[in-house]
Design a protein around this ligand. Structure first.
Ligand SMILES: Cc1cc2nc3c(=O)[nH]c(=O)nc-3n(C[C@H](O)[C@H](O)[C@H](O)COP(=O)(O)OP(=O)(O)OC[C@H]3O[C@@H](n4cnc5c(N)ncnc54)[C@H](O)[C@@H]3O)c2cc1C
Length: 373
């Protein structure tokens, strides 16, 4: 439908990443009559990276086409301690984002169009331009990444998918955090997922305000591999990423934002996949009933607790390994998964709070209360 060279749509989804394509997939399943287009300039392969989550058995079945690895045991390691958690219910899944995106795009065929072009600018609440073409959409859902502030707290990382010369000592355990690495630049850990005997994903992750030079993360990975007695046979792929760990919704006045740009990132961990899945499923359900309001993924309580947690990490980075291990220690695997997913109950929260070093947290909570922002 077009008039005066303007193409009219019922729904425009800007950005076909995790949030945008998941929303489109859910809408396509409804087979509704809304004329919908996804605007995404890059192919799935151009956006290939690892996306991990704690998955229920239902999610494990739903996502099986894009799973790279799956673990029921997870460990956190510091110089002093090694915490191993086991779950029967939740599996820590690592997905190929390219496979997830491709599979989702394929499911839209005949229902929802994908335009391989960027949206250059929104010219009004309903109007935008993509590659010189004007569009008018009744509803716009915008998942373009939010421009991160240069000085904001962020999780930044560089990861290698490698083939190893030596077999992995144990492929049943995912290492979520190994702090036995250089801590001189800020909070730093290695994340390692053994996909099979000779196939490993290993990442150097920092939580700080300042990005490092790429070679700095590469050096950290090389040193860690050397300490584990693992040699690289082949570097299959390298990925880099930056995830803001501050509340982006405060800075964004645009109410049409979905996904990470719409505040779906867990501020203390950088995990966003599961929250986005819930946000998009709820939004699609709402749309089927004529409700186009974007649901919030995190409660004020969770954001406040995460901001306090991040404040302590920033002010006392030397305590960080202890704090992360203390978070995991009092919980069993299932409770830890709930905690990471933001669905922990009152007693899990109490257990974690009581295991924390009290003084820095009380000081930070005090600061938070009187910051008034
Ligand atoms: C490398 C990396 C690894 C991550 N790993 C995890 C993980 O393991 N677990 C987890 O929970 N979270 C992870 N995250 C957090 C991550 O942000 C989310 O899981 C997820 O990708 C966010 O989905 P989204 O749709 O909000 O953003 P994205 O998936 O980034 O999608 C935004 C889309 O907008 C498109 N776009 C950009 N500009 C335009 C434009 N002008 N017009 C139209 N489209 C545009 C982009 O090409 C992109 O496809 C990771 C992030 C990165 C960067």
């Amino acid at each position: 439908m077009s008039s005066n060279n303007v193409i009219n749509l019922d729904l425009a989804i800007i950005g076909g990443g995790n949030a945008g394509i998941t929303l489109a997939k859910k809408l396509a399943e409804q087979k509704n009559n809304l004329v919908t287009t996804v605007f995404e300039p890059k192919t799935p392969q151009q956006r290939n990276c690892c996306w991990s989550l704690w998955a229920t058995p239902d999610q494990q079945a739903e996502l099986k086409h894009c799973v790279l690895g799956s673990w029921y045991k997870w460990r956190l390691v510091s110089g002093e301690e090694d915490v191993l958690l086991t779950s029967k219910h939740f599996s820590y899944l690592c997905l190929s984002s390219a496979d997830y995106l491709q599979h989702s795009e394929d499911s839209l065929e005949g229902c929802i169009d994908i335009k391989r072009s960027p949206v250059d600018n929104l010219t009004g609440q309903h109007d935008f331009i993509s590659q010189g073409q004007s569009y008018r959409a009744e509803h716009i859902f915008d998942s373009r990444p939010f421009e991160e502030s240069t000085h904001g707290l962020k999780q930044h990382f560089l990861g290698w998918e490698i083939r190893t010369k030596q077999p992995m000592p144990d492929t049943t355990v995912a290492t979520l955090m190994d702090f036995r690495v250089d801590q001189s630049r800020g909070l730093h850990f290695i994340y390692a997922l053994p996909f099979s005997n000779h196939h490993l994903f290993v990442e150097s992750t920092m939580i700080s305000r300042q990005l490092e030079d790429k070679d700095w993360y590469r050096q950290a990975i090389s040193e860690w591999l050397c300490n584990q007695g693992i040699e690289v046979e082949e570097l299959i792929r390298e990925e880099i990423g930056v995830i803001p760990m501050e509340d982006v919704t405060k800075a964004s006045s645009n109410e049409s934002k979905i996904g990470a740009a719409g505040g779906a990132v867990r501020l203390s961990s950088g995990y966003a996949f599961s929250a986005i899945q819930i946000q998009m499923a709820t939004l699609a359900k709402g749309i089927s009933k004529g409700d186009f309001v974007i649901p919030q993924t995190t409660s004020g309580f969770l954001n406040t607790m995460d901001n306090i947690f991040n404040g302590v990490l920033l002010s006392k980075p030397n305590l960080a390994p202890k704090i992360f291990l203390q978070t995991a220690k009092p919980l069993n695997g299932d409770q830890f998964a709930h905690f990471m997913l933001g669905s922990a109950g009152f007693f899990e929260w109490l257990k974690v709070i009581f295991s924390m070093p009290k003084v820095p947290f009380i000081k930070q909570a005090w600061k938070q209360v009187f910051k008034h922002d």
